[in-house]
Every structure is written in structure tokens, then in C-alpha cells.
Ligand binder design. Structure first.
Ligand code: ZN
Length: 97
């Protein structure tokens, strides 16, 4: 299994929630961890399925249901991890107030 690799990106925003990106992290089972145009991505804030355009900006991937079963499974695992993390952050912030 390949390690997760963080790559700096040109400034970009999630087209769904507006979250600001300046880097991305590969999935742990990605054997080609450096992102390139056309690669899929997930927003770390809202878990939307996105892809990189030619300028490495994020664009909504309109039909993730059309992806192959294995890719959908990888995306679903990533979305679940993002949602669990966001929920833990919400609970931690609520505990502090
Ligand atoms: Zn987002």
C-alpha cells in the first residue's frame, strides 16, 4: 500500500461549499499519488466528488454514479472518513463552548 502524499496546489475553492484549498492528500491505496488534470478529488470540508481541471482547479464531478464500482467504493470510504472527522471536529468545538 502506498503512503498518503500531500501535494501543494494553486489556490482553489470547492465549487460546492467554498472551502479554500492550497494542497491535496492522496488516498492511501493510490499508486500514483501526485494529482494531475482529470484526477478525482474529494472536498475535505463537504466530501463532494470533484475533479481537477487543466489548471488544477476543482470542478464538480457531475455523475459519480457512472464511475466503476471500485472507484465508487474508494470514494465512499474517503467520504465516510471526511464525515467522521468533520463530526468529531464539531463535537470537540461544541465541548469547548
Ligand atoms: Zn466542499
Amino acid at each position: 500500500m502506498a503512503e498518503m502524499v500531500e501535494t501543494a496546489l494553486p489556490d482553489s475553492k470547492c465549487p460546492v461549499c467554498g472551502y479554500h484549498f492550497d494542497a491535496c492528500t492522496s488516498m492511501p491505496d493510490n499508486n500514483d499519488p501526485r494529482p494531475k488534470p482529470g484526477d478525482l478529488s474529494l472536498c475535505i470540508n463537504c466530501a463532494s466528488v470533484l475533479y481537477f481541471d487543466a489548471n488544477m482547479s476543482h470542478v464538480v464531478y457531475e455523475h459519480p454514479e457512472r464511475l466503476d464500482r471500485q472507484t465508487r467504493a474508494v470514494l465512499a470510504r474517503g467520504q465516510e472518513a471526511i464525515r467522521r472527522t468533520q463530526e468529531a471536529i464539531r463535537k470537540a468545538k461544541a465541548a469547548l463552548t
